[in-house]
Design a protein around this ligand. Sequence first.
Ligand SMILES: [Zn+2]
Length: 101
Amino acid sequence: MANHNGFILLHEDGQTIPAMACETCGEIIKDYRQAGVVWNREDEPRSRVTVLCKTNHCLSKPPYKDKPWQELRDYMVFMAHNTGLKTEADIRGTWESAKGI
Ligand SMILES: [Zn+2]
């Protein structure tokens, strides 16, 4: 298991770039459709999620292959929805600031 929770910062050309990495193999997630999060139903009502890639098949290997999961892109969109961005203008403003990163 990698020594992070999936959330990482890349440092390139003097910029810090928020990114995600597979918690098993450490691969940086570049296509968020090619990764997912898994969790344990037994941990409800508060489950820790584990970020896993599809490219190296970490999502489909034991002990994760039979766990409930969600595509990472969908999970991130749902997370964005829960951040308090309520209007299209809010989203556009945040989107524009992210383009500078
Ligand atoms: Zn992986």
